[in-house]
Design a protein around this ligand. Structure first.
Ligand code: GLU
Length: 577
């Protein structure tokens, strides 16, 4: 008993400390939330010198490429959702990595069998044509105020001067020592004597500073054509391996880079309890899955229910949406996704009827959205596949004084991507191609020019035509549940956006068990006991996601919110506190 009391006190103090430390800033003007203080400061510097939210988002992203290089960078791709105050509309900018021309559905098979997922990651074959630089260029050219040369300045400074290696940088590099040791360029940059750089090391990346300088001087073309493009292709096809290391061969070409295009897309639009929710369309599955789950939840008055019952419904709605997402969603430039059916309210009502409000009954099958489609063509009814999708990436949210908002999630896929640093250029190449399903028939099989299905879910929510809040998170397929749960916490469970972000995360992706976090103290809690009564079982992991969000308050102020403890804690700033 006494010991329990001591533990309860320790947990309470820890929870209080975590809560007290949460980066939350309220004020006027622009706002930013990222996972890195250096990145948030870069965004502020740009906002304070005439840049808008798009300029600030790119500046912060470029800094994250230096300080959080294992999550994101110019060797990868991403999705940027922009609310343009002038046009009063939301734009989705897809700059996801794309399969090179040599790709075919069998590219990740050997003797007709799917290759082992993790064995394919640290290889050139896992690398897709990077989209980040093209995405930054399009975002700035269409919606920004500043040229690339200006917004890259803070990142060039950080890469040149360096920064102190923190516990999170060290933790992720430690997890990836074996991968990084495969390549001479990577072990030279990120390891010392085969080990991750210790906490406290002063780390500089002059090669990346030079690469950014080149882009600042010569623009987007310098990435997709010429010597830098050639060095990327060379690193993919003949990676600089250390002795004794063999790699799966790849055949990316200079044309693959030259032909790369970012795409402006119609965002997914849905409504939820009077809010208008804008999410990322395909090749992300995030916007559709979140909208479907919210449509299912709208059949219940969650506000009036006890918290455990509301959370049970959230888990079951997520389970149903994931069954459909796993079965039907992929790059719609290549396959017919039954989008309208999946987004239909009548379909959501049909799905909601499968929920038992008293108990979970485990895994569910995908539904049949086709009767709810206007377009009845080419029904593809594949088997649901739940591929291994670990949890990485970064998300940032920025707004400016004009009312523009950017929610930006970008990635190199796995921690450290493919593990290949482009020699002399200072950045890691992605392994985004391993987001394809390795065997079919399935909508998400690899094909030349296709973009692998993603879960990244930058989200902007409007109310009465004005931004109400915006958010996003890293975390592979848990991104969808993190964004969905944060929304439900905030809109239905009455939490402030800060509390909604800090609350323990529960991720149900149509598995036998629900993934929960140890870091936020969920296992063994009263909340866990109450939910377990519905039959839920847990699968523990240390942490899920790292959300960064902004709330536009009714009194005209703005609140930036980041993580208290996940990913080492984030950073939230406003222009005029
Ligand atoms: N590759 C993932 C996706 O696009 C993001 C990487 C991760 O968070 O694991 O959904």
């Amino acid at each position: 008993m006494r010991q329990n009391t001591v533990w309860a006190t320790i947990l309470l103090v820890a929870a209080f400390a975590a809560h007290a430390a949460q980066p939350v800033a309220t004020g006027h003007g622009g706002a930013v939330a990222t996972i890195s203080d250096e990145a948030s400061k870069a965004a502020m510097e740009i906002l304070n010198t005439g840049g808008n939210a798009v300029d600030a988002a790119v500046a912060a992203a470029a800094v994250l490429g230096v300080t959080d290089p294992f999550s994101c960078g110019i060797g990868g791709g991403g999705f940027m959702l922009i609310y343009s105050a002038k046009d009063q509309r939301v734009i989705a900018l897809d700059h996801r990595e794309t399969a090179p021309a040599y790709f075919s559905p069998g590219v990740f098979q050997q003797d007709g069998k799917a290759m082992d997922w993790s064995a394919t990651v640290p290889n050139g074959i896992a690398v897709g044509v990077p989209g980040t630089v093209r995405g930054w260029h399009e975002a700035l050219a269409r919606y920004g105020n500043m040229p690339l040369s200006k917004v890259l300045a803070p990142a060039i400074r950080v890469a040149t001067r360096g920064f102190t290696v923190g516990p999170n940088f060290n933790r992720i590099a430690t997890l990836n020592e074996a991968k990084f040791a495969r390549f001479s360029s990577t072990s030279k940059l990120y390891l010392r004597d085969g080990k991750a750089l210790p906490v406290g090391t002063h780390f500089r990346n002059p090669d990346l500073a030079d690469t950014y300088r080149l882009l600042a001087r010569s623009g987007v073309k310098a990435f997709y054509e010429g010597p830098l493009a050639a060095s990327i292709v060379k690193a993919v096809n003949t990676p600089p391996t250390n002795p004794g290391v063999s790699v799966l061969s790849a055949r990316m070409t200079l044309n693959d880079l030259k032909d790369y295009e970012a795409r402006l897309r119609q965002p997914i639009h849905s409504t939820y309890r009077g809010y208008e929710v804008y999410g990322m369309p395909t090749p992300s599955s995030g916007g559709i899955a979140i909208a479907e789950a919210l449509n299912i939840l709208e059949n219940y008055d969650l506000k009036s229910l006890p918290r455990a019952e509301a959370e049970h419904l959230y888990l079951e709605a997520s389970r149903l949406a994931f069954a459909d997402r796993n079965a039907y969603v992929a790059d719609s430039e290549f396959i017919d996704v039954p989008r309208d059916g999946l987004l239909s309210r009548d379909y959501a009502r049909e799905r909601a009827r499968l929920i038992d409000a008293r108990a979970t009954h485990g895994k569910v099958a995908q539904g049949d959205p086709y009767p709810y489609q206007d377009d009845q063509s080419v029904p593809l009814r594949p088997q649901p596949v739940l591929a291994a999708e670990p949890a990485h990436t970064t998300h940032l949210t920025v707004s400016d004084r004009e009312g523009n908002v950017v929610a930006y999630t970008f990635t190199i896929e796995d921690w450290g991507g493919s593990g290949i640093v482009v020699p002399g250029r200072g950045f890691l190449l992605n392994n985004e191609m391993t987001d394809f399903d390795f065997s079919g028939p399935h909508p998400n099989v690899p094909e030349a020019g296709k973009r692998p299905r993603s879960s990244m879910s930058p989200t902007i929510v409007l109310q009465a035509g004005k931004p109400a809040f915006a958010l996003g998170s890293p975390g592979g397929s848990t991104i969808i549940t993190t964004v969905l749960q944060t929304l439900v916490n905030h809109v239905d469970l009455g939490m402030s956006l800060a509390d909604a972000v800090a609350a323990p995360r529960l991720s149900q992706r149509n598995g036998d068990r629900t993934q929960v976090e140890t870091l936020t103290g969920f296992p063994g809690s009263a909340q866990a006991r109450a939910l377990a009564k519905f039959g839920h079982q847990w699968n523990e992991t240390d942490q899920i996601g790292a959300a960064n969000a902004i709330r536009f308050n009714d009194d005209g102020t703005v609140t930036a919110v980041s993580e208290p403890v996940r990913h080492g804690g984030g950073s939230a700033l406003v222009q005029k506190p």
